[in-house]
Ligand binder design. Structure first.
Ligand SMILES: C[S@@+](CC[C@H](N)C(=O)[O-])C[C@H]1O[C@@H](n2cnc3c(N)ncnc32)[C@H](O)[C@@H]1O
Length: 264
């Protein structure tokens, strides 16, 4: 099976699934609605390459960030490709932590994010309650925890979603879904357009599918004072418009992605 280089692996991943500018704008705006000030300190859980944390510190001299990940490989890519592009002063305000999101880290943040559904790695409710409690402890008194979540009528089906990008095709492949345990096995494949080669199983995720209702309950159980749910507006052609608004009622569709905010 052909194997992607480490640099292509993370470059194609980031080009397919991340949009930090939009995420940073969203969490800053929503935090401000709650606490009437902008958030300054940011902890990126399951940070991978830490690309969002690197972007965070570019906002002002008062913005600080940490990116936590267990794996040295994405961290090394992030140091070479994101951290290295920060100026010296920005670098002082951003730190990679090679470690477990469940450990205590000796700092607190205004905002903690667990994006790209990474917390689906916790398959048991008790483990998720434990993680969310630790997140709550890691927040300042004025603090918000943001997660993203996906679902829809197609989300629990074994199918492959294909998305074309400028120089590659991205495949989001639901390989297995177990309706009894709600466990899912996802793979990411990429096809590079320059050589026409498809690289299979570049990333694999052995997850539990969680619903918005379950996550909301678990956040409340973990002690958060309020959980805000969002939904994406429509673009008039049946797609999303990238604008998320607060609501607790929505119409289901084949596939959706949205955010939740847990207020400390
Ligand atoms: C789906 S990737 C998410 C990367 C990035 N946050 C993003 O939005 O694209 C999941 C990452 O979580 C890391 N990870 C898994 N369990 C972890 C844990 N308990 N503590 C810290 N990192 C963990 C993996 O090493 C992997 O880099």
């Amino acid at each position: 099976m052909p194997k992607l280089s480490i640099s292509d692996k993370y470059r194609l991943y980031e080009g397919s699934v991340q949009n930090h500018e939009v995420d940073i704008e969203f969490v800053s705006r929503e935090f401000k609605k709650v606490y009437k000030r902008i958030p300054l300190t940011f902890r990126e859980d399951f940070g991978g390459t830490g690309a969002m944390a690197c972007d965070w510190v570019k906002q002002s001299k008062n913005h600080k960030a940490w990116a936590i990940d267990l794996d040295s490989e994405p961290i090394a890519y992030g140091i070479e490709n994101h951290y290295s592009r920060l100026n010296e002063e920005e670098q002082k305000r951003m730190k990679y932590v090679e470690g477990n999101v469940l450990d205590s880290h000796g700092f607190k943040a205004d905002v903690i994010c667990a994006f790209n559904f990474s917390y689906f790695i916790f398959k048991k409710r008790a483990d998720l309650v434990n993680y969310f409690k630790k997140v709550r402890k890691g927040l300042n008194e004025e603090g918000c925890f943001f997660v993203d979540i996906f679902g829809g009528t197609e989300a629990r089906e074994e199918l492959v979603e294909e998305t074309e990008h400028d120089d590659h095709t991205y495949y989001w492949d639901c390989d297995k879904y177990n309706p009894i345990t709600e466990e899912v096995l996802y793979h990411i494949h990429f096809k590079k357009h320059d050589n026409g080669v498809k690289y299979e199983n570049v990333f694999t995720y052995d997850w539990r599918m969680w619903s918005i209702g379950e996550i909301r309950d678990i956040m409340e159980e973990a002690g958060f004072s309020q959980v805000i749910t969002y939904w994406e507006g429509e673009d008039g052609e049946g797609g999303g418009n990238g604008e998320f608004f607060r609501t607790s009622e929505a119409e289901n569709c084949e596939s959706w992605v949205t955010y939740l905010c847990a207020v400390k």
